[in-house]
Design a protein around this ligand. Sequence first.
Ligand code: XMP
Length: 596
Amino acid sequence: MAMKSIVILDFGGQYAHLIASRVRRLGVYSEIREAETPASELENSAGIIFSGGPQSVNEEGAPQGDPKIFELGIPVLGICYGLHWMTATLGGEVTSSGVKEYGKVRVRGSGSGSGLFKNCPDEFTAWMSHGDEAAKLPEGFERIATSDSSENSGFADEEKKLFAIQFHPEVTHTECGETILKNFVGMCSADPWSVEGYADSIQEEIKSQVGDKKVFMLVSGGVDSTVAFTLLDKVLGADRVQGLLVDTGLMRKDEVKNIQKAFSDLSLPNLRVEDASEEFFANLKNVYDPEEKRKIIGQTFLDVQKRVSEEMDLTVESGWMLGQGTIYPDTIETGSTKHADKIKTHHNRVEAIAKMIDQGLVIEPLKDLYKDEVRKLGEELGLPHDLVWRHPFPGPGLGVRILCSEQEEAIEGQGSEKLIVNSEKLLPIKSVGVQGDGRTYRRALAVFSDNPCKISEELWKKSAEIPNKNQEINRVLKCTSHSDPVEFVFTPGFITRERADLLREADQIVYEEMHSDDLYEKIWQFPVVLLPFGEKSGQQSVVLRPIESTDAMTANSAHLPEEVLKKMTDRILSLEGIDMVFYDLTSKPPGTIEWE
Ligand code: XMP
């Protein structure tokens, strides 16, 4: 982009995307670049922000920026590690002292009169996470903020517009973080930016990238691919864009119909729906292992896509290229994802696709946008509100929410037997969790009590403690259908159309109740999970898993009001084939959001 924007140099950690999206919300375009980016490539920036990072600047191999940045005459803000690197580079001194401040800290700043703290209270709460500190300021800098444990929490050379702060203004725990970022952005001569103008400005780029080719794209029903498809359609015209929606049989109730309706309301006729559900169910027959299921679902998608593209002659040889709904966080691996064992390679960036990208055969019109911006753009393009604001939904769909097991988990060892007290009982299946650095595959503990839909404060507390104290457990549930423990009757099960249909009904009930109680936009995601056991033979159970989160990395169980829980439970129990309902109280960690 040729506009004057703010560059975030990524020194590691997990904050670069957060800083960039905050800056954009202040009306200025921002992008993330590597810490080592040469100053010569930053000359046209309006401002530069150094992110935090997990290393000590005194360690060998700690990330280094280009010192010439300070000669560009461009406003600079160094945050946490960014402050340390500025200090060390400009002739100050950084000392390492182990964990110094972590969490919320009171900072005194405004008395300094710094432009960075305009409109902030004299003293405010800020979020800190650092071991190192600036022991001596570089020449020309003056202290602008202090805390009890750290004398130099902020300093500046106001004239040169160089600022350094030890705390993180990008996290919501910092009381006037937004004001501080706004003050900094205000000192940069950046061009105004908003997503409203994006659809117009991106048009020329799409046209020139596509040239005289045509675009074939998979539409999943998720926000990103739906918005990308609509945008391509508007810019290129329906005769140069072809969408494919694969009905896997593992989608939500009426999902295919709703997507078809949305496109038909927008007069977009070029979406082919391929009902491949029989193929998916056939390939998943007798499969019990979660990772195996994911692999089979992914492969079946590719097979169907290949078959349809050949059938419709949508191949590269016939002048077609691939469209994808990739968004900004999927394209830029920042500190936290860059080295994360590569298990997280995004499916839009697997090797075959990367090769096509190099050959100019992939168009990704949303690749510079964050999710909230994609949603705004979707609304502007006329997509229905509900579709644009729908919760995130995993690629393999209900496939990862239908728990499959060939046999009941045996109760192992004495440890687990001891756990079963009058009001608690281990489930006869395991689920995935995350504890320490790794995945766990452990048991869930169900708690029973009178007033099954009432969750006491004590139980919330206990649900956090149990997995910590007991190595065999990674989830705690409240049974919302029964007051007293029952013998669970296990029925072996893999993914079938009947089970998918049953879960679809339960999922739909939850969706309707969330809407009727105005909870849909307050909850981040709400998996509904089917378990292969019940109170009676041949019956199954449903788990409610409402989630509060911002990025899915960590999450809490959303607290549902008792009446809502009761309504959802009663309606789900009325489905033929379900005779128990549970409410998952577990945070992530130790539980993951999905059950497998
Ligand atoms: P977990 O269960 O790891 O989920 O806490 C984090 C987020 O990722 C989604 N998820 C998936 N998305 N394919 C996807 O596209 C998958 O296989 C998959 N598994 C989990 C999950 O819904 C949550 O938003």
